[in-house]
Design a protein around this ligand. Structure first.
Ligand code: FMN
Length: 318
C-alpha cells in the first residue's frame, strides 16, 4: 500500500545550523537572558536540546535580591520589567547551576553583569574556566558605581570595559550585548568590536514607564523599567540592520538579534536584517515551548524559498 505524502512533514534537507563566531549552533534560536532562569526552569516545558543555544540570566559576583515588587507589568504589546538583576551570585551559580547546565544538550552562554569593571573581569575569569561555558555575554546596561551611568551608553566607557575583560575570556566567545538607550548604536557597536568582541547581541530593553492614574503613582516600585516584547520589534530590527550594515558585516562579527520575537516570521525578518542568530525572551512567558514552533516555521520557509541553508538568509535583505 502506498503511504500518502504528508505535506506537514519536515523538509529534512534544510540545514538550520549557523556559525556564531566559531560556535556551531544547531539552529539560530536562542533564549534571551533573564527570561528563562538558569535552564532547569525552562526544561520543564522545552527540551533545551531543541535550542541553538541557552543564554542564562545575568550573573553578578555578589548575589542580588533585585528590586522590590511590583517589578513587572504588562503593557500594550509588551511588558516592563525592573527585576534589578536578581540572581544567586557567582559562587552559587558555579556550584548549583553549572552542574545542570553541563547536562544541557545545547550551547551554553552565560550572561554577566556588574557595577565595576573589576566585577566583570572577576566573573569572566571564573566562567571562562568552566568547560561547559561556550560563550560569555556582557550585559552592559548596568549603572557603574563611579557615576551611575550605564557602561553601555558611552562608547569610550564600553571600549574600556571590553578591553579589560578581553584577555580573561580565552576559551569562551565574548559577546557584547548592546543597549538601545543611545543616540547612535553604531558608535557603541564600533567600540565593542574595536575592543575585541567576538559577537554583538542587541537589543536590551528600552527604558519605559507605566503609571497607575488612580493612585497617581508609578506602577513599578522602581518607577521605570525596561520595555520588551512585540512593541519594540521594529526598533530592534532597525538597530540590528544598522549595526550589521555599518559595523558588523565588514568586521565579520556576527550579530544576535532580539526584541519582540514571537513568530517564525519575526525570526526571518531578523535574519534578513543581518542577524546570524535570534533570541526570544518575552514570548517565552506566553509559551515557553515557542522555540520549537519558530524552528519548524523557519525550516518550512527556507525549504519553500528553495534554499539549502538558513545561512543564506543572513543579511539577504534587498
Ligand atoms: C523579565 C526580563 C528579565 C530580563 N533580564 C535580563 C538580564 O538579566 N540580563 C540581560 O542582559 N537582559 C535581560 N533582559 C532583556 C532580554 O534579554 C532581551 O534583551 C529583551 O527583553 C528583548 O527581547 P524580548 O522582546 O524578546 O524580550 C530581561 C528581559 C525581561 C523581559
Amino acid at each position: 500500500m502506498m503511504l500518502p505524502v504528508m505535506s506537514s512533514m519536515p523538509a529534512t534537507a534544510v540545514d538550520l545550523s549557523v556559525d556564531l563566531a566559531g560556535l556551531t549552533l544547531r539552529n539560530p534560536i536562542l533564549t534571551a537572558s533573564g527570561t528563562s532562569g538558569y535552564g532547569s526552569e525552562l526544561a520543564a516545558f522545552l527540551d533545551l536540546g531543541t535550542l541553538g543555544a541557552f543564554v542564562t540570566k545575568s550573573v553578578t559576583v555578589e548575589p542580588r535580591r533585585g528590586n522590590p515588587p511590583p517589578r513587572a507589568v504588562e503593557t500594550c504589546s509588551g511588558m516592563l520589567n525592573a527585576i534589578g538583576l536578581a540572581n544567586v551570585g557567582l559562587e552559587r551559580f558555579l556550584k548549583e547551576k553549572v552542574p545542570y547546565l553541563r547536562t544541557a544538550r545545547t550551547v551554553v552562554i552565560v550572561n554577566v553583569a556588574g557595577h565595576r569593571v573589576e566585577d566583570y573581569v572577576a566573573a569572566c575569569e571564573r566562567l571562562d574556566a568552566c568547560d561547559c561555558v561556550r560563550g560569555i555575554e556582557l550585559n552592559v546596561s548596568c549603572p557603574n558605581v563611579v557615576d551611575g551611568l550605564d557602561f553601555g551608553t558611552d562608547p569610550q566607557r564600553l571600549h574600556a570595559l571590553v578591553t579589560a575583560v578581553r584577555p580573561h575570556v580565552r576559551n569562551a566567545k565574548l559577546i557584547v550585548k548592546l543597549s538601545p538607550n543611545v543616540t547612535d548604536i553604531t558608535a557603541t557597536a564600533t567600540a565593542a568590536v574595536a575592543a575585541g568582541a567576538d559577537a554583538l547581541s542587541l537589543i536590551n530593553t528600552l527604558q519605559g514607564m507605566a503609571i497607575n492614574i488612580e493612585a497617581q503613582a508609578p506602577i513599578l516600585a522602581n518607577r521605570c523599567g525596561g520595555l520588551s516584547g512585540p512593541a519594540i520589534k521594529p526598533v530592534a530590527l532597525a538597530m540590528v540592520h544598522r549595526v550589521y550594515t555599518r559595523v558588523a558585516r565588514d568586521a565579520s562579527v556576527p550579530v544576535i538579534g532580539m526584541g519582540g520575537v514571537t513568530t517564525w516570521q519575526d525570526v526571518v525578518e531578523f535574519l534578513l536584517a543581518g542577524a546570524t542568530a535570534v533570541a526570544v525572551g518575552t514570548a517565552l512567558f506566553v509559551n515557553p515551548a515557542v522555540p520549537k514552533t519558530l524552528c519548524a516555521g523557519l525550516r518550512e520557509y527556507v525549504d519553500r524559498k528553495g534554499l539549502r541553508s538558513v545561512r543564506e538568509l543572513i543579511g539577504r535583505l534587498h
